[in-house]
Design a protein around this ligand. Structure first.
Ligand code: ADP
Ligand code: ADP
Ligand code: MG
Length: 457
């Protein structure tokens, strides 16, 4: 096992990883930007190194400074969290070159799955259903037209290197294809450093269902069941996630898990990863992408399986074997997570910043809060608006919904505006209670609210 790990991240996920390290008896090194001097992850770690100024490009994405910090402090491994450097194969390689263990998959697996076009091809060759679309990045306008006609409209133009809900553009008809293509390519170049885009069939009312996988270096690949993440903002940011997915036919659940394991095996995947699918209303599912990292919503899976995914990421990276077989992992109860963010849903999710004057997190049976907040903390304007994840676990889905409603109700936060009340309304809708929501649900609810002058639709 490692003696010391550097956490190349900030916010709630840095705190989450530090907690796992402490429970494993591992020393921790935090890195921080000048804007994060007073951040909780800095306080909780055994050591902390300032790696640059506030903008992420100068600090949390500053590979030389992060590597230097690891070498200086004698950290043997780096946990990247999510976002930032977690899916940069060049960073994985740089770690390897300096004899530092990257807590995640190989550089090769990150590179292969990070290219969403290549990932589709790998999934297809592993026998997974994939949405109709282009098999290579679009090279010419003629090619785009030809493929678009075969796929049909509406369709999506997606950036091959996209992520975080960015780099996705819908095209309703042939006249707007080429202008949209040009914009998409130049946006992809500036946002992701690659102009590559591909076309994919648009599913009108999909559910987003993803499968957590965990694989060790000795050939064991397990799935930890699915999560439903269909409640998303109009910009495809997840708001509420749950495990297991409601109303899923048992044979579909089984096929999802088996397909995810096959895809992970096809890339020689090691460590924790997530295979994302879209599902139509007949419960046919289609691979869309793989996230080769820890995911924001991993706690709901931890709740229903009893497996500490972050601890296992570290154990796997240190060479340990997974001590489970698939049949050792039953689903226990139901878990839901709500992302409390400093944003105003009714105003297009405009981020809010400020000093937290009051923070009383919820508690009681079956409630977990993953957060970096404390009273007196100032939310900096430079980073993700996520403030806290409120995660509940209960024997039944209805019990979990009631518990989440209760937990969000007792959460007191002052000093910044949040989506807390909107989340409470969301989980109280008859559609969510019935487990019948798809990705357009939140955008529609917001439109309804606006049409009614901000009232509940
Ligand atoms: P999850 O699938 O784990 O819920 P998200 O898509 O919400 O992850 O992304 C987690 C974090 O990582 C967010 O802060 C998101 O903005 C960021 N992120 C993920 N992928 C990228 C990317 N390719 N480029 C920039 N940010 C990204
Ligand atoms: P990212 O890499 O940004 O996470 P994804 O490919 O995972 O991008 O897609 C993010 C979200 O965009 C999905 O959860 C879904 O809401 C929507 N989406 C993506 N592809 C499609 C599609 N083919 N049809 C309909 N919606 C889609
Ligand atoms: Mg995705």
């Amino acid at each position: 096992m490692f003696n010391k790990i550097l956490i190349a991240n900030r916010g709630e996920i840095a705190v989450r990883v530090i907690r796992a390290c402490k429970e494993l008896g591992i020393q921790t090194v935090a890195v921080y930007s000048e804007a994060d001097r007073d951040a909780l992850h800095v306080r909780l770690a055994d050591q902390a190194v300032c790696i640059g100024s506030a903008p992420s490009t100068e600090s949390y994405l500053n590979i030389p400074h992060i590597l230097m910090s690891a070498l200086m402090t004698g950290a043997e491994a780096i946990h990247p969290g999510y976002g930032y450097l977690s899916e940069r194969s060049s960073f994985v390689k740089a770690c390897e070159m300096h004899g530092i263990k990257f807590i995640g998959p190989s550089a090769e697996a990150v590179a292969k799955m990070g290219d969403k076009v290549q990932a589709r091809a790998i999934a297809e060759s592993a026998g997974a259903p994939v949405l109709p679309g282009t098999r290579t990045a679009i090279r010419s306008e003629e090619e785009a037209l030809q493929h678009a006609r075969a796929i049909g409209f509406p369709l999506l133009i997606k950036a091959a290197a996209g992520g975080g809900g960015r780099g996705i553009r819908i095209v309703y008809s042939e006249d707007s294809l080429l202008p949209s293509l040009r914009i998409a390519q130049s946006e992809a170049q500036s946002a992701f450093g690659s102009p590559d885009v591909y076309l994919e069939k648009y599913i009108p009312e999909p559910r987003h269902i993803e499968v957590q996988v965990l694989a060790d270096e000795h050939g064991t690949v397990l799935h930890l069941y699915e999560r439903e993440c269909s409640l998303q903002t109009p910009r495809h940011q997840k708001m509420i996630e749950e495990a297991p997915a409601p109303n899923l036919r048992p044979e579909v659940r089984k096929a999802l898990g088996e397909t995810a394991v096959k895809i992970a095996r096809a890339v020689g995947y090691v460590n924790a990863g997530t295979i994302e699918f879209l599902m139509d209303n007949e419960q046919n599912f289609y691979f869309i992408e793989m996230n080769t990292r820890l995911q924001v919503e991993h706690p709901v899976t931890e709740a229903i399986t009893g497996i500490d995914i972050v601890q296992w990421q570290i154990r796997i990276a240190s060479g340990e074997r997974l001590p489970y077989q698939q049949t050792d992992i039953p689903i226990q109860g139901h878990s839901i997570e709500a992302r409390l963010t400093a944003s105003i849903p009714e105003h297009d999710f405009t981020p809010s910043t400020g000093r937290i004057s009051q923070w009383i997190p919820p508690g009681g049976p079956g409630v977990r809060v993953d957060s970096h907040l404390y009273a007196g903390y100032s939310v900096p304007p430079y980073y993700d608006p996520l403030l806290a994840k409120v995660i509940v676990h209960a024997p039944t889905r209805e019990g979990a919904i009631n518990r989440l409603h209760r937990a969000l109700g007792e959460t007191a936060i002052e000093g910044v505006q949040t989506d807390r009340e909107f989340l409470m309304r969301l989980i109280d809708t008859p559609e969510f209670r019935a487990g019948q929501v798809s990705t357009p649900f939140v955008p529609r609810m917001l439109k309804g609210a606006l049409a009614l002058g901000g009232e509940r639709p």
